[in-house]
Design a protein around this ligand. Structure first.
Ligand code: KIV
Ligand code: NA
Length: 265
């Protein structure tokens, strides 16, 4: 198996081949997502939401993210494995960012880290990259800043925020990020950004002209009943499938049709 590297993704942009990414947080899911053929797997801090049931991504800790990343790494043969650094572990101080990044890389075996923000975190991005840690950027609706935004609505609809985003993308490219997530911004802006930088953009709610796409695994397989943003395409209805299977199991045990003779010793 030929492993995907940051260089592979760069070449895919050059060759105009779309990049595919999904999240995973555990070994068994990572195995299936890798077998399905995605190019990159993200241990998103969306684990705070879909694994732990928090309202926002803020509460998850570096130790918890490292644990999820360790589990995922064990399940992956081919995909590039990228792990989010959580809120509070890289923003304040480049030295702290480096320590967080080093811990993630050493303890989990992930291949790269992702951090949210542009110019404000430039020093942290540089420190990580100078230490040999590949960094994926993340602009637009950056959920670690939700209390500043106050809403999960589309970002950068106004000129000032769009201009800043274009500038931030350029800065992240120049600092040496290998790719950039664009979350929930107008498709036209994502197209413009994708055409203006040489590193691949990976969109979520950012239209078809990004160099790749990412979705949260639990959302795309339909495990989340309550979360239905317009950008989300559900490929399965696992919520219905799984609750159906569970209720069938409950019925079978109650009426003693499970286990049957063949299922007994
Ligand atoms: O945490 C996450 O799942 C993410 C993706 C949505 C890009 O950051
Ligand atoms: Na994230």
């Amino acid at each position: 198996i030929k492993k995907v590297t940051t260089e592979t993704l760069r070449k895919m942009k050059f060759d105009k081949e779309k990049i595919t990414m999904l999240t995973a947080y555990d070994y068994t899911t990572a195995k299936m997502v890798d077998a399905g053929g995605v190019d990159a797997i993200l241990i998103g801090d969306s684990a705070a939401n879909v694994m732990a049931g928090h309202e926002t991504t803020l509460p998850i800790t570096l130790d918890q993210m490292i644990y999820h990343a360790q589990c995922v790494v064990r399940g992956v043969d081919r995909a590039l494995v990228v792990a989010d650094l959580p809120f509070g572990t890289y923003q304040s101080d480049p030295q702290k960012a480096l320590e967080s990044g080093v811990r993630m890389m050493k303890e989990s075996g992930a291949h790269a880290v992702k951090i949210e923000g542009g110019e404000e975190i430039a020093d942290s991005v540089s420190r990580l990259i100078n230490a040999g840690i590949p960094v994926m950027g993340h602009l637009g609706l950056t959920p670690q800043s939700i209390y500043q935004f106050g809403t999960y609505k589309v970002r950068a609809k106004e000129d000032a925020e769009a201009e800043k985003l274009i500038k931030d993308a350029k800065i992240l490219e120049e600092l040496g990020c290998f790719a950039l997530v664009l979350e929930k911004i107008p498709a036209d802006l994502a197209k413009k950004v994708s055409e203006s930088i040489s590193i691949p953009t990976i969109g979520i709610g950012a239209g078809p002209d990004c160099d790749g796409q990412v979705l949260v695994y639990h959302d795309m397989v339909g495990m989340n009943k309550g979360f239905s943003p317009k950008f989300l395409r559900r490929y399965l209805d696992l919520y219905t499938e799984i609750t159906g299977a569970v209720s069938q199991y409950v019925k079978d045990v109650k009426d003693v049709s499970f286990p049957n003779k063949n299922e007994s010793y």
